[in-house]
Design a protein around this ligand. Structure first.
Ligand code: RFL
Ligand code: PHB
Length: 391
């Protein structure tokens, strides 16, 4: 088989890239390790920046998102037993965020790709990439037991943090920047109406907690836990009790409880691999960088990368030269580092650190007080949260 762009990974990055390339008349084939069902049911991100929503709508895959996405104009920071609203829209000239599950976005993009006749090899085994240092790029894998090879001009490594693409680059050619946090998030999805109209980030002496949602009937909640936390120690009652304690307010706020339909523990890290290109291999999304989820940025960053890559590849195939491909890594990394800074900052401000002394805790509270009482402080948070402008 031959195509122009071979894509590894059918997560948000790989699917959006294939979709944008298809619209530009550039051919691609996706190779994915997991089944379609697995990819479409994976519960992950939920907050879309305005720029991500605009790209979905402009590129013709925003129908369900516009019907079912929950548009939010603000969020709440809760600390010291009080809630403080950050009016995202007022602070950013009318911009908003939209709550829409990553799995729904993945469904929309997969449906669009398949309807457009695009090829996705799900459940591929032994995926390996070759020849990207020279002009002989290829993806080799097994599909239903049969060996396959896709020869291509470019390979897009959209295979997430644990994928094969970044790992195939000689380690001497990459510089890795990393910080692993001494805590994780225990996340649940509960079949109950959200207890608030907006997302709540709560700082509490027992640890951080987050209230989000997926629909008027589904609540998404997270609580800070130990990195090696064993879910077996967390009965539903214990989870609800702990969440209630961490969202407590002086006026007796109550968290609605309901059946827990999904539970999981997610580690927290900041990670960047530079550069995001090696020969004709281009990394995008989690394959190149990870942010802790406190800023709700990972998915949005993945989409920003592939928007840039799709434009650069389009320019290449239209004979407009390779300047954009040459600049791809540097252009993406400028955004990546600003988003790293923001995600690290939100994480540091909101979590409980075991080794923090009383000074550190008072400084955290002062930071929260500043951000919620100064328009300029709040504006900086809001500008980053709704999404920095796309280059
Ligand atoms: P993905 O989604 O990991 O997709 C990579 C795909 O590659 C496949 N794959 C392979 N395929 C072929 N061969 C191989 N050898 C392969 N190895 C892997 C995988 O099966 C998969 O299908 O990466 P992508 O596309 O870069 O997308 C990144 C996002 O998924 C990620 O950044 C976000 O989920 C992060 N994130 C959040 N981001 C936000 O923008 N807003 C949020 O609110 C938000 N909340 C979150 C999050 C991530 C979380 N977890 C579980 C990590 C909340 C959580 C709890
Ligand atoms: C979510 O809805 O899953 C969510 C919301 C905000 C975050 C992370 C995750 O910062």
């Amino acid at each position: 088989m031959r195509t122009q762009v071979g894509i590894v990974g059918a997560g948000p990055a790989g699917l959006m890239l294939a979709h944008l390339l298809g619209r530009a008349g550039v051919e691609s084939i996706i190779v994915e390790a997991k089944s379609r069902k697995h990819v479409e049911e994976r519960v992950r991100a939920g907050v879309l920046e305005q720029g991500t929503v605009d790209l979905m709508v402009e590129s013709g895959v925003g129908g369900r998102l516009r019907d079912q996405g929950l548009v939010h104009r603000g969020l709440e920071l809760r600390f010291g037993g009080r809630g403080h609203r950050i009016d995202l829209s007022d602070l950013t000239g009318g911009r908003t965020i939209t709550i829409y599950g990553q799995n729904e976005l993945v469904k929309d993009l997969t449906d669009a790709r398949i309807a457009a006749g695009g090829e996705i090899f799900f459940e591929s085994d032994e995926v390996a990439i070759h020849g990207f240092e020279s002009d002989a790029s290829a993806i080799r894998f097994r599909s239903r037991g049969e060996p396959r090879e896709i020869r291509c001009d470019f390979i897009a490594g959209c295979d997430g943090f644990h994928g094969v693409c970044r790992a195939s680059i000689p380690s001497a050619a990459l510089k890795i920047y990393e910080r692993v946090y001494p805590f994780a998030w225990l996340g649940i999805l509960a079949a109950v109406a959200p207890s608030s109209d907006e997302v709540i980030y709560s700082h509490h002496e027992r640890g951080f907690a987050l209230h989000s949602m997926r629909s008027p009937e589904l609540t998404r909640l997270y609580l800070q836990c130990a990195p090696e936390e064993d879910l077996a120690n967390w009965s539903d009652d214990r989870i609800w009790g702990e969440l209630q304690a961490r969202f407590e307010t002086i006026d007796g706020w109550r968290l609605r409880r309901g059946p827990i339909v999904q539970k999981g523990v997610t580690g927290m890290r900041s990670f960047v691999a530079e550069p995001m290109r090696y020969g004709s291999l281009y990394l995008a999304g989690d394959a190149a960088h990870i942010v802790p989820p406190t800023g709700a940025k990972g998915l949005n960053l993945a989409i920003a990368d592939v928007r840039c890559l799709a434009r650069a590849l389009d320019a290449h195939y239209r004979g407009r030269g390779d300047a954009m491909l040459d600049e791809y890594s540097a252009v993406c990394l400028r955004r990546v580092w600003k988003v790293q800074r923001f995600s690290w900052w939100m994480t540091s401000m909101l979590h409980r650190f075991e080794d923090a002394n009383p000074f550190d805790v008072r400084r955290q509270l002062a930071e929260l007080d500043y951000v919620t009482s100064s328009r300029i402080g709040a504006q900086s948070l809001a500008e980053n949260y709704v999404g920095l402008p796309l280059d």
